[in-house]
Design a protein around this ligand. Structure first.
Ligand code: URA
Length: 237
């Protein structure tokens, strides 16, 4: 179920409950988006969450990381990736000279599924419009999808993370680098080294992209493709 927008306003409904969320699609900043959706009841996770976890970091980040869903610690604190997987993500960021405050971190689902179970299709379809809105506001240069759920959701692919990890994939005018989820590496230690190596590749992709962006920035506006100008019209949003 998608968060539905009643004509003239956004009122996601969950049988018997109605929350006036204003028109979240009109938000022009992440703060406005958070204020508009923080009481979301578009799916049953709204009933069990402590906090809706929108995301954290630089609202103008070049790199955005997208995980699966908040866990116990994230739900309590309202901040993504603050548990053990988040500590490993921080280490990986440091390994390529980045701080958490220089990137933006979000999830496909904004509310914690009970017992951290996998997101359900109806939860994903209710929640991903918020993720697309975040991407539209942040306009990151590279989106790193962490694990299979985020990769499938954003790249709309059936190909698994084992085949895609570490590669730069262009789709709809955006560049994606799928990575193993840091939590997977905590359960399967051999994946730690793969993630460390993939972060080095991410740094190489980022350096190469910066050269590309600089070249593009020298071009007159009209030579940029419509796709790059208007990501929301590229079929992804
Ligand atoms: N795992 C995720 O996918 N997201 C979080 O925020 C924390 C753990």
């Amino acid at each position: 179920m998608c968060p539905r927008r009643a004509r003239g306003g956004g009122r996601p409904l969950l049988s018997g409950q109605e929350v006036d969320m204003g028109d979240w699609r009109e938000a022009t900043t992440l703060e406005e988006l958070y204020e508009a959706i923080k009481d979301c009841m578009a799916c049953p996770l709204g009933r069990t969450r402590t906090h809706l976890v929108l995301g954290s970091g630089d609202p103008e980040a070049e790199i955005m990381f997208v995980g699966e869903a908040p866990g116990f610690h994230e739900d309590r604190q309202g901040i993504p990736f603050v548990g053990p997987a988040g500590q490993f993500l921080d280490q990986l960021l440091r390994s390529i000279g980045l701080k958490r405050s220089q990137v933006y971190i979000a999830n496909t689902l904004k509310c914690r599924p009970p017992e951290n179970r996998d997101p359900l299709p109806e939860e994903l379809s209710a929640c991903t419009p918020y993720l697309f809105k975040q991407i539209e506001l942040i306009r990151p240069r590279i989106i790193c999808t962490l694990g299979n759920h985020a990769t499938r959701t954003l790249l709309r692919t059936g190909t698994g993370i084992s085949q895609l990890h570490g590669k730069l994939i262009r789709k709809g005018g955006l560049a994606y680098v799928p990575l193993f989820h840091p939590a997977a590496a905590l359960h399967k230690p051999p994946l730690k080294a793969v993630l460390v190596e993939d972060f080095q590749r991410l740094k190489e992709h980022l350096d190469a992209e910066r050269v590309r962006w600089e070249a593009e920035e020298g071009l007159p506006e009209e030579t940029l493709t419509a796709a790059e100008d208007q990501p929301e019209q590229m079929g992804l949003f």
